[in-house]
Structure formats: structure tokens, C-alpha cells
Design a protein around this ligand. Sequence first.
Ligand SMILES: [Zn+2]
Length: 82
Amino acid sequence: MYRYRCAQCRTTSPTVRTRHEAENEGALHRDRAHAGHIPDGEEIQTHTPPPRPGQPTRPLHYIAYAALAAVLALALWARLTA
Ligand SMILES: [Zn+2]
């Protein structure tokens, strides 16, 4: 995911899927806001969107490791208290 950032205007384009689309956003912005001139500090940023609701914030293998640790702790507790 990419987005165009103009440091002069302190504005950022919507997030797009390809670098080429972000470059097109930059070209449109230059034409509209800067009469075709290239503003200092413009850049194409890579952007990782925040997780959507319901999407796990950690990779699934972390959840699997946590579940395994809980099972082992319960087994140890059951053996110690039996
Ligand atoms: Zn600008």
C-alpha cells in the first residue's frame, strides 16, 4: 500500500495499492496545487493499514504458542495437585 505525501501542503493522498497509483496522485496534486512544479519534500510512502475490526493484531502463531503454554501450565498444575 502506498500514498503520496506533500510536505509543503502538509497533506497525504488516500492509500492506494500500487506505487504507480501513488505517483499518479502526486502528479495530480502537483498540477492542481503547485501549477505543475515539484514541491520540496514530496514523497511516496509505504503504508500498512491498521487491522480491521475482528482481524487479529498478532500473527496467529503467537496465539497458538500462548494456547500451548496454557495447556502445559494446566497439565503441570494438575500433576502437582494430584
Ligand atoms: Zn502540495
